[in-house]
Design a binder for this molecule. Structure first.
Ligand code: GLU
Length: 319
C-alpha cells in the first residue's frame, strides 16, 4: 500500500497560511459576485424602520472550525438579524429541552412564513421553528425557561466572543410592534389553541426585540460554528440536535426557496428580511453575508449569489 510522500509536504504553519490565503481569495471573488447580483434585489419595507437601510451595504464572513474568521466589506457594521434570530433562539431552547421539536414541528411548508391559514389548518401547531408561528412558540418557551428570551439569544451569540457587539435595536422593535399585525394575529391564534404559556403582549414584545437583535457578519459566522462542529466537546448542543437543526435549516430555512437553495448551493442556511444569510458546511465552517436587497422569495439576492459562488469555489456542499 502506498504511503503519502511527506518529502515535499509543507510544514503545518505554511499549510495553514496557504489555506487561509485560498479562503481569502475565494471570499473576495464571491463577494464581488454578490455585490453585482445585489443590484437585482429590493430592500424590504415590511418593517418601516428598516426600509431606509442603504442597498449598497455588503458584508461577508467565513469562519472555519479551527477558529479562523475572515471577512470583507462592511463587516464591522452591525445589522438587523431579523429571522436569523429564530435559529439562535431555537438552539438556546434545545439546550434546555432537546424535545422542543414536539412543540414546533420540523416539516417544510410552502404556505409562507407568516401564514395564519397554515396554523389554523394544523389546529394551532406550527409547521417548523422557522415560520413565524414556530418562532413565536420558541420565544414563549424561552420566556418560561429564562425569563428573558432576548438576553438568552444574545448570550449564545456572544458565547464565542464575550465582547462581540450584539444588541437589540429598540427603534426597530417598536417599528415592528406598530405594524406587525400578522404576527399579532398568529399569537392570538396560538393562544386560542392553548399553545402559548405566557401573556400575548409579553411574547410579542420579546419576539419583536429578538428579531431586532443587531450583530456583525463576523459575530454570526463565529457564533454558529457549533452547528458545523458537531463532535466538539464544547458544543452547547448535543450531536443529535445539531443534526436536526441542520436538516430543518436545509428544508425550511430559506422561505419558499429551500429546494432551489439545496439544488444551487447544497448547504443548510437561514435568511432574514434584513438581508442576512447564514450557511453551514458541516465539518468545515460557516458563511455569513449581509446585503439588504431581497429577491422575489424574500432572500438576500447578493447573499445567495455570494454564498453560491463561495461554496462552488471551496467545494462546500453537504451532497
Ligand atoms: N420580524 C420579522 C417577522 O417576524 C422577521 C421576518 C424575517 O426576517 O423573515 O415577520
Amino acid at each position: 500500500m502506498s504511503k503519502p510522500d511527506r518529502r515535499n509536504a509543507m510544514p503545518p504553519c505554511a499549510a495553514r497560511t496557504a489555506r487561509i490565503s485560498e479562503i481569502s481569495e475565494n471570499l473576495e471573488a464571491a463577494a464581488e459576485v454578490g455585490r453585482q447580483t445585489a443590484r437585482e434585489g429590493t430592500v424590504s419595507a415590511q418593517i418601516p424602520a428598516l426600509a431606509s437601510v442603504p442597498a449598497t451595504k455588503f458584508a461577508m464572513a467565513v469562519a472555519t472550525v479551527d477558529g479562523t474568521v475572515l471577512h470583507t466589506g462592511d463587516s464591522t457594521e452591525t445589522f438587523s438579524i431579523q429571522s436569523l434570530s429564530k435559529l439562535f433562539a431555537l438552539c438556546v431552547l434545545l439546550q434546555h429541552r432537546p424535545d422542543a421539536w414536539l412543540d414546533v414541528g420540523w416539516g417544510p411548508t410552502n404556505a409562507g412564513y407568516g401564514s395564519v391559514a397554515d396554523l389554523e389548518r394544523n389546529n394551532g401547531r406550527p409547521t417548523n421553528p422557522f415560520v413565524n408561528s414556530g418562532a413565536i412558540v420558541v420565544t414563549d418557551r424561552l420566556i418560561t425557561h429564562s425569563g428573558d428570551a432576548v438576553a438568552a439569544s444574545i448570550n449564545l451569540l456572544r458565547r464565542a466572543d464575550p465582547s462581540a457587539p450584539v444588541d437589540s435595536d429598540a427603534a426597530v422593535a417598536t417599528s415592528e410592534s406598530l405594524t406587525g399585525h400578522r404576527n399579532s394575529a398568529i399569537a392570538h391564534v396560538l393562544t386560542e389553541h392553548g399553545i402559548l404559556k405566557n401573556p400575548i403582549d409579553r411574547v410579542l414584545q420579546q419576539y419583536f426585540s429578538q428579531c431586532a437583535i443587531t450583530a456583525t457578519v463576523q459575530t454570526l459566522a463565529r457564533a454558529s460554528l457549533f452547528l458545523a462542529d458537531r463532535d466538539n466537546k464544547f458544543n452547547p448542543l448535543d450531536a443529535a440536535s445539531v443534526r436536526r437543526v441542520n436538516a430543518v435549516l436545509l428544508t425550511s430555512g430559506m422561505y419558499g426557496a429551500a429546494g432551489d437553495i439545496a439544488y444551487r448551493v447544497g448547504l443548510p442556511a437561514k435568511s432574514g428580511i434584513g438581508g442576512g444569510i447564514l450557511a453551514i458546511m458541516p465539518g468545515q465552517g460557516t458563511i455569513c453575508v449581509w446585503s439588504p436587497p431581497l429577491d422575489s422569495d424574500g432572500n438576500s439576492a447578493g447573499g445567495i449569489a455570494a454564498i453560491e459562488e463561495f461554496a462552488r469555489l471551496a467545494g462546500w456542499s453537504v451532497f
